[in-house]
Design a binder for this molecule. Structure first.
Ligand SMILES: [Zn+2]
Length: 333
């Protein structure tokens, strides 16, 4: 028995059929529809009954003498033919083993909250087994998989230590389990060398190939003509499989930024940028923006974890998070 609304009709069905949540013979789908599907679990035959919207209107015709609409409904519903009250259709439904009455699964413990999870409702998130609420929390507010890496732009004037900062953040973030990608914006007009001059890939490029991919058992390097330059989005898309991308030198691009400063009162490239998260270098005296000493790599990584990576993507088998345990009963067509 599947009900699609938590209203009195559901109580009526329980009273009439004896089905109940506790016996696992009643399942609730929160669809807000005045409908219920009756399933024979032995044959999997199912019928979906939907209350017709216009039955309420017709009730007045069937009980013209009734004093109130409620009274009219009471009298009319007892007399009206079934086909005026309900749409009744055969339905197709598959009930998974763990959703059947009497199923006994192995009880497991959520690695985050420590509570017991029954009936195979646990979810694997990366290496961990979690309950559904903890898995949803670890995935962000919508509980959806977001496979896109987070991007932080490391900005600042020349020679302030952007590359050094990135170089130090990479091992710190990597040691915390994040896969880090980087992007470097370069102003040079010279064509970029594929690899050392004279190699096969370099020869392909020099011969005029507009795109060259150098593939080794462990790496892929792509070189491609991009007249007008590639957008940061495009490059980020090419670095899929990373959790966070530190991009150097895109101070004009929209995106979360950390500005590196070299001296107290130094000119700031992104002062006033609403997406500026923090500065690294001498304190700016600006209390509205977090400020980190250049050597404070761990506190800065903590900050990035908190403010950027909180809902990082993880390798998840979490179909339960996006679909209810039961597929909707579909009319068999
Ligand atoms: Zn939990």
């Amino acid at each position: 028995m599947l009900v699609e609304i938590d209203r009195c009709a559901t109580d009526a069905i329980q009273a009439v059929t004896g089905c109940s949540l506790g016996k696992r013979t009643l399942k609730f789908l929160d669809y807000g529809k005045m409908a219920a599907t009756f399933v024979n679990t032995e044959t999997q035959h199912a019928v979906r009954v939907l209350a017709k919207d216009d039955a309420r209107e017709l009730a007045r015709l069937y009980a013209p003498g009734a004093a109130t609409p409620a009274e009219a409904q009471k009298q009319a519903y007892a007399a009206m033919p079934e086909e005026l009250l309900f749409s009744i259709q055969p339905a197709r439904i598959n009930i998974a083993e763990e959703n059947m009455p009497g199923f006994r699964g192995v009880r497991v413990i959520c690695a985050s909250c420590g509570e017991g999870i029954n009936l195979r409702r646990e979810v694997r998130v990366g290496e961990r087994t979690l309950c559904i609420p903890c898995a949803q929390r670890s995935l962000g507010s919508h509980g959806e998989l977001d496979a896109r890496p987070k991007v932080v732009l490391i900005v600042g004037y020349k020679k302030v230590g952007k590359t050094t900062l990135i170089e130090r953040l990479i091992p710190e973030l990597s040691s915390r389990g994040y896969r880090v990608g980087t992007v470097k914006h370069h102003h040079s007009d010279f064509p970029v060398e594929v690899d050392a001059q004279g190699t096969d890939s370099s020869r392909h490029r020099r011969a005029g190939a507009s795109g060259v991919a150098l593939v080794t058992p462990t790496d892929v390097a792509l070189f491609r003509d991009t007249p007008g330059g590639a957008s940061l989005e495009e490059v980020v898309a090419a670095l899929h499989g990373t959790d966070i991308i530190l991009a150097e030198g895109f101070h004009q691009a929209p995106g979360l930024k950390i500005e590196v400063l070299s001296a107290p009162n130094a000119q700031r490239r992104c002062a006033g940028d609403a997406q500026l998260l923090a500065t690294v270098g001498p304190a700016t005296g600006d209390a509205s923006i977090a400020s980190f000493e250049p050597d404070a790599i761990k506190p800065l990584a903590d900050f990035i974890e908190r403010s950027v990576l909180r809902s990082r993507s993880e390798n998840v088998v979490a179909s339960r998070l996006s679909t209810p345990p039961f597929a909707a009963a579909r009319a068999a067509v």
